[in-house]
Design a protein around this ligand. Structure first.
Ligand code: B1M
Length: 211
């Protein structure tokens, strides 16, 4: 079994103590940080999600897998993050109200930060008003990034973007959306400025907005 497969199995099984070491070993073997992230951890979470959908595992197992992935991301962080000394803009980010999923949002925050932005991470289950307040109260905010992982919280994303669109400060910032159930079509429908499918492209698009 390759190191990446070993890592994926450990993430799937929620082996938090094994995962950091396996990330180090996979990197030492010459795997790129992006491959370690995608093939060793994100794919594993896909398998976890499938098993949950098929009633083979339940919420506690999803939770331990998420914890294991977070441990792995901590080790991977310095390898994913670029060196950037100057700040190119400020980004407010959060997961919408009612939604507790934060791994994808944290990766987006990490990649955006490594692209040179200062990030104000509002966390998970963020009420509409908190997004609006964070965007309006800081005149340096140029992007508001909104994440949702559940089909049931897509309406909260719609409400968040609608409230941001009504803000008197709207011309100062762009609104980016993403998360597994989100599509370009939904982005257009709710009036956000950009949809991206993953963290790396979110960082690229964010950069394009300020350049
Ligand atoms: Co939940 N969950 N979960 N879960 N969970 C999913 C999302 C699900 C698809 C599993 C399934 O059924 N197959 C399903 C949603 C179904 C649906 O809505 N259609 C689901 C469900 C149903 C639930 C509960 C309702 C279960 C229950 O209680 N019965 C419950 C809801 C709780 C709540 O939020 N209110 C729940 C709870 C949980 C845990 C708390 C146990 C845990 C989350 C822990 C945590 O995040 N701290 C959890 C987990 C781990 C998952 C899965 C297995 C993995 C999610 C993940 O971290 N993926 C997930 C299945 C899956 O995703 N295949 C599942 C890895 C992560 C890197 O990917 O977050 O997609 P992702 O982020 C990607 C992109 O989406 C994108 O970039 C990232 C990668 O580069 N992206 C953006 C994300 N945000 C972006 C923003 C952007 C741009 C890109 O711009 C702003």
């Amino acid at each position: 079994m390759s190191k990446l497969q070993e890592l994926a199995t450990a993430v799937e099984n929620g082996k938090s103590k094994l995962v950091p070491g396996l990330v180090e070993e996979a990197l030492a073997e010459g795997n790129s940080p992006i491959d370690v992230l995608n093939k060793g951890m994100i794919d594993a979470m896909g398998v976890v999600g499938e098993k949950f959908k098929n009633n083979e595992i339940f919420v506690p197992e999803m939770l331990v897998a998420a914890r294991a992935m977070k441990k792995g991301v901590e080790v991977l962080k310095p390898h994913l993050a670029g060196e950037s000394s100057t700040t190119i803009g400020k980004v407010v980010i959060g997961t919408v109200a009612g939604d507790l999923h934060d791994i994808g949002k944290n990766l987006v925050a990490l990649m955006i930060e490594s692209a040179g932005f200062e990030v104000n991470d509002l966390g998970v289950d963020v009420p509409v008003e908190k997004f609006v307040e964070a965007a309006e109260s800081d005149p340096e905010v140029s992007i508001v990034a909104v994440s949702a992982l559940l089909t049931t919280t897509m309406p909260a994303m719609r409400d968040t973007v609608a409230a941001l669109n009504k803000s008197p400060a709207r011309s100062r910032f762009k609104v980016m959306v993403g998360g597994a159930p989100i599509t370009q079509e939904f982005c257009d429908e709710i009036g956000a400025d950009a949809y991206t499918a993953d963290a790396a492209s979110a960082a690229q698009v964010a950069k394009s907005f300020v350049s």
